[in-house]
Design a protein around this ligand. Structure first.
Ligand code: ADP
Length: 160
């Protein structure tokens, strides 16, 4: 039984994240999406809101589960659930430096849990959650970037 952790802020989840999660679900027995905090990001959605959006977006894939991991190292979360690796998405060269540094730090924290970097399909290379929020906030159309359940929440968040 090979489990993998897919950590991130997912604020909110978009089709680039979904692409990586679906690919991982075909390669591993279980994918545990792990919502973690990033000190540099001030999230728009609460952990509970992010969990329920991701669950709705991926409810057709039985080997993906969603977990909130607010105050715990990703490597410790991975160790505690018996994961064999961490998977991260890699969009372009500019992601590489950050992902490489994080992978090395996680390796030093726990050398038993390697990081796998995976590229999404080409049409999702330009996507990130900040751009989605920026466009949605200014009333732009983000329906090609996020599923309907996320779109509805973005619209109501910015209306309020
Ligand atoms: P972001 O806020 O940039 O979307 P997250 O912290 O939510 O980032 O991302 C979690 C993981 O998903 C990271 O490994 C990130 O590189 C990856 N990811 C983000 N956007 C994409 C995308 N468009 N395609 C593939 N992977 C992505």
């Amino acid at each position: 039984m090979k489990k993998i952790i897919y950590p991130g802020t997912f604020d909110p989840i978009h089709y680039g994240h979904i692409d990586i999660a679906k690919r991982a679900s075909k390669l591993f027995d279980e994918v545990h999406i792990c919502i973690s905090d990033n000190l540099e990001k001030n999230p728009l959605f609460t952990h509970d809101e992010r969990v329920s959006m991701i669950e709705e977006c991926l409810d057709d894939i039985s080997n993906i589960s969603v977990h909130s991991n607010p105050k715990n190292l990703v490597v410790n979360f991975a160790r505690d659930c018996g994961a064999v690796a961490i998977i991260r998405g890699l969009r372009h060269v500019s992601d590489f430096e950050f992902e490489f540094q994080m992978a090395m730090m996680n390796y030093h924290l726990n050398p038993n849990i390697p990081t796998i970097l995976m590229m999404p399909a080409e049409q999702y290379i330009h996507l990130n959650s900040s751009v989605v929020k920026e466009v949605a906030k200014l009333d732009g159309d983000v329906s090609t970037y996020v599923p309907d359940c996320v779109l509805d929440r973005l619209i109501s968040k910015y209306k309020s």
